[in-house]
Design a binder for this molecule. Structure first.
Ligand code: SF4
Length: 188
């Protein structure tokens, strides 16, 4: 089954970037390991049920996405980095963008996607970096606006996590002199 397409048939708004990104993470999890991969790491079963009902009403029963509280025990535990990233995102969340519960769900969804190996917009199954930029500017505007040099988003977010904890893992004092430049900047 194409879970992404099936989820989107239940979407509250198929043009909403939040809906598209959440669908991307849910579908990637189920495609990879079935409903055993739910709930989303960092969210418990109840929160993931809530998220599904919020943005994809009736999708759970229609798609057979049954998982209970015990499923959370088998799920990948959020890493220290995941948790630190969620704390950072929430600290910059725009309260006018959504409810506290929505911000909680979106923050964990993004942190979960950051654990993947592809560019963040690809992990979210968005169509471009531009869509991801718009999504981050909507939910976390004060954080997004700090990416003034257009750093790759996942690199930027983790660098902000390090900075918020007083760490600096950069290999050079300036980006222009750094051997890692191409991994931090450029097309994504
Ligand atoms: S290019 Fe180098 S100095 Fe600049 S952010 Fe990346 S790792 Fe840090």
């Amino acid at each position: 089954m194409d879970y992404y397409a099936a989820l989107m048939r239940h979407a509250t708004d198929p043009d909403d970037l939040t809906v598209l990104a959440v669908a991307g993470v849910l579908a990637a999890a189920v495609d990879e390991g079935g409903t055993e991969r739910l709930p989303i790491p960092g969210l418990d079963a109840e929160e993931t049920h809530w998220l599904l009902a919020r943005w994809f009403p009736d999708a759970e029963s229609s798609l057979g996405l049954y998982f209970g509280a015990s499923a959370a025990d088998k799920q990948r535990r959020p890493s220290y980095d995941d948790i630190a990233l969620v704390v950072l995102l929430k600290a910059h969340a725009n309260p006018a963008a959504g409810t506290t519960t929505e911000i909680h769900c979106i923050s964990h969804t993004l942190a979960s996607a950051c654990a993947g190996s592809k560019h963040l917009w690809q992990e979210l199954r968005l169509s471009s970096r531009g869509e991801l930029s718009a999504l981050l500017n909507y939910w976390f505007p004060t954080l997004a606006e700090r990416n003034v040099y257009g750093m790759k988003w996942k690199k930027f977010l983790y660098r902000e996590v390090c900075g918020s904890e007083g760490l600096n893992l950069c290999r050079a004092s300036s980006c222009g002199e750094c051997s890692e430049y191409s991994s931090c900047f450029g097309l994504e």
